[in-house]
Design a protein around this ligand. Structure first.
Ligand SMILES: [Zn+2]
Length: 224
């Protein structure tokens, strides 16, 4: 196990503390058992504050932090977009990674997914609808994402496509994975390009999640 980011690069820890002092004076850094947390409150609009505990991953800012609401304001339910581990479901990593250009630094996280989430929660508290659509979680959420991008949510097709993208094999004259019978370049070309430009670790993350899910199901089917 390699050392966490703040030990490898103390300057980036000082930069994080500086950003908080300058932009989010009510948030503070805590180092606990080799993990870096950012805790305190954040206002989404004036007089609407949330208390948060943000756990920065060991490879910060390369992957998505875990964010907990610790003021007892958001019910711990999937319906309220809270994951079973109690952290907020900020969105599908692939989409977030593309939106944030693969950098999950504290400012990007707070300003985009966290702020959007909390604004949405404040609306739901007032009896309005969750504004971001009800996207599925986990592997189902990842597959929904690929359905939008390349027109298929079939696990085998999506993982085959991802593998080919990662190996740089796909060509525009290949048949489109959506099954339309058209070539890729004349069908889901845009989605293909979006995927191709996504950070590689995000594609690996999606592929791993789908493969693990396929394995689990195969084992179950054999056992049953
Ligand atoms: Zn297509």
């Amino acid at each position: 196990m390699s050392s966490p980011w703040f030990e490898r690069d103390p300057a980036s820890l000082r930069a994080l503390e500086h950003t908080l002092r300058a932009r989010y004076p009510t948030l503070h850094v805590f180092l606990e058992n080799g993990t870096c947390h950012v805790r305190g409150t954040i206002a989404v609009v004036e007089n609407d504050r949330y208390q948060l505990d943000i756990e920065l991953p060991d490879d910060y800012p390369d992957s998505l932090p875990l964010v907990w609401e610790t003021g007892g304001r958001i019910p711990q339910e999937l319906d309220r977009h809270v994951l079973p581990i109690g952290a907020l479901c900020l969105g599908v990593p692939l989409r977030l990674g593309i939106a944030l250009k693969g950098r999950f630094d504290i400012e990007s996280i707070l300003e985009i997914p966290v702020r959007n989430f909390l604004i949405g929660n404040s609306l739901v508290e007032r009896g309005e609808d969750w504004p971001h659509g009800d996207r599925a979680h986990g592997v189902a959420g990842i597959l929904e994402e690929f359905d939008e991008l390349i027109g298929t949510d079939d696990k085998m097709r999506v993982s085959r496509f991802l593998l080919d993208v990662l190996q740089g094999k796909i060509r525009g004259h290949w048949p489109c994975p959506c099954g339309s019978g058209l070539v890729l370049r004349k069908c889901h070309r845009e989605g293909w390009e979006t995927i191709r430009k996504a950070p590689r670790w995000l594609l690996h993350h999606s592929l791993d999640a789908i493969m693990k899910d396929l394995e689990r199901r195969t084992k179950k089917a054999r056992a049953g």
